[in-house]
Design a protein around this ligand. Structure first.
Ligand code: NAD
Length: 498
């Protein structure tokens, strides 16, 4: 059976040591093994990245960008293989994997603008014959730790930007679906990236801890669940590292009485059940304002949900596939049961789903739960499965308060035809990414991505302009060329440049 190793200094490394099985979630079978790197492997990668840094730092941004142009071309050329690897290990259907890849490619395209992004800020004549400017310097060796649910897109949020900014990078992908990340790292080499600039170390907690405690790692970019994000942030910053750690979510859609119901139903289906609900931007709670719209929405959702096609990643006619592991499936089923036990109405229960020919796969069917209240465990938790919960409130204020009181603040959306209500919502909601009639308001690559509250630990969002700031360090230079005419006398008061 194939073992996925590491990619260090331009070479694939397979070494004896601990491994962990990788499942094909569509069949429930073990398809490969992944090596679990520890402190020694991390150190090898850091040594390679540190050695590559001086030359890469000096490489002009235009030349770094050329690698990204070529990389984009290679990602497009190899799209089918990348989507197959995503599907085989994650389970998402090929059209969904293609969407993930496309959103990742857009971050590569943004990174192609490196010469523009890194040109700095200049103030001519900041004082008499004095010029002042800011430069954006790379940090050195930086690392990215990524979750299972976007095995290609999330790594592409991180390493293209870090690398065009002049850093060298170590990626630690999810141990549950590492092959696609390994594949694209090798494409970077094919695109002309010097060895050591991008390294991949596979593994779990041991590899992560080694990165967090390595004195030559300057910054950590993390995406994953909230408890781990908090651990990464507190540990990395205690070690003096720069850190951004994006965590979990519970995304609510407010459905106003004037919303276009057909649009609400069709867009909720994709946003709640697409990718089996395993998206940090999945809309998992629909908050209906008024019982009238709630009843109509629940009634309209039922036949639409019954028609959804669940099955293996390889059949592109399917709407969504399995969840990532058997253990995760059990957790989702427990949430559905607890909602029932605590008094919610489970209208459609996907617990017993088993598509023909794939009975051993990790499938959960689309589930619709009505009359959920904020005290219920299934409301508090991030279920991360194909479960849509409906809550009923009487006013928009009540809906906003509900969302603002939730510990997560990643994404949200309002469905309405009323511009004034939408503007009020946008202004008062305590959430980082907000949609108005847009169910998945994932920012484009030229903006930046992140949540509020316990959905993000750190100061800067991911990718876009915040990505440039995260992966660079500002240096501000103030300069004058003295001549006899402007030579200064002794000066003991604070210089004012006046
Ligand atoms: P996870 O937190 O289990 O794992 C994420 C990464 O952390 C993996 O690389 C894993 O190896 C590592 N890790 C896991 N346990 C660790 C530990 N104890 N110590 C150190 N490292 C550890 O997350 P997941 O299940 O892979 O991904 C799903 C989660 O990610 C969901 O909560 C989802 O909302 C979140 N997510 C958030 C965003 C966002 O942008 N906010 C995007 C995608 C996913």
């Amino acid at each position: 059976m194939q073992t996925i190793g590491h990619f260090i200094n331009g070479h694939t490394i397979t070494e004896d040591g601990q491994t962990q099985p990788i499942y094909n979630p569509s069949t429930g079978e073990v398809s490969k093994q992944v090596a679990l790197g520890g402190a020694k492997t991390i150190d090898e990668a850091v040594v390679a990245a540190k050695a590559a840094f001086p030359a890469w730092r000096k490489t002009p941004p235009m030349k770094r960008a050329r690698v990204m142009f070529k990389f984009k071309e290679l990602l497009e050329k190899n799209a089918d293989e990348i989507c197959r690897l995503i599907g085989e290990e994650h389970g998402k259907i090929s059209h969904d994997a293609a969407g993930e890849l496309q959103r990742g490619i857009e971050n590569v395209e943004y990174a192609c603008g490196a010469p523009e992004l890194l040109k700095g800020e200049h103030s001519r004549n900041a004082g008499p014959d004095i010029d002042s400017w800011s430069e954006f310097h790379p940090l050195g060796v930086v690392a990215g730790i990524t979750p299972f649910n976007f095995p290609v897109m999330v790594p592409l949020w991180m390493f293209p930007m870090a690398i065009v900014c002049g850093n060298t990078f170590i990626l630690k992908p999810s141990e549950r679906d590492p092959s696609a990340a390994m594949f694209i790292a090798k494409l970077m080499k094919e695109a002309g990236l010097p060895d050591g600039v991008l390294n991949v170390v596979n593994g779990g907690k041991e590899a992560v801890d080694a990165l967090l405690h390595h004195s030559d790692v300057e910054a950590i970019s993390f995406v994953g669940s909230t408890p781990i994000a908090e651990y990464i942030y507190t540990t990395a910053t205690a070690q003096g590292k720069r850190c951004q750690a994006l965590g979990g979510a519970k995304n609510h859609a407010i459905v106003m009485p004037d919303a276009d119901l057909d649009n609400v139903v069709t867009s909720l289906l994709g946003a709640a059940f697409g990718s089996s609900g395993e998206r940090c931007m999945a809309l998992s709670v629909a908050v209906a304002v008024g019982d009238d719209i709630a009843d109509k929405m629940v009634e309209a959702l039922q036949p639409a949900i019954q028609q959804l096609k669940l099955g293996a990643y390889s059949d592109k006619e399917n709407d969504f596939g399995p969840v990532i592991t058997g253990a995760h499936k059990s957790k989702i089923l427990e949430h559905i049961k607890s909602a029932t036990d605590q008094g919610a109405n489970v209208i459609i229960d996907g617990s017993g789903a088993a598509p023909t020919g794939h009975e051993q796969g990790f499938f959960v069917g689309p589930t619709l739960i009505d009359n959920v209240t904020k005290e219920m465990d299934s409301y508090e938790a991030e279920i991360f499965g194909p479960v849509l919960q409906v809550m009923r409130v009487q006013t928009m204020e009540e809906a906003i308060q509900l969302i603002n009181e939730h510990e997560y603040g990643n994404g949200t959306c309002i469905y309405t035809r009323d511009g004034e209500a939408a503007r009020y919502f946008v202004d008062n909601i305590q959430v980082g990414m907000v949609g108005v009639n847009i169910p998945l308001p994932v920012p484009v690559a030229s903006q930046s991505f992140g949540g509020w509250k316990r959905s993000l630990f750190g100061d800067l969002f991911m990718y876009g302009p915040d990505g440039v700031r995260f992966f660079t360090r500002r240096k501000t230079i103030t300069q004058r060329w003295p001549s006899a005419a402007i030579r200064e006398d002794k000066q003991f008061s604070m210089p004012t440049l006046g």
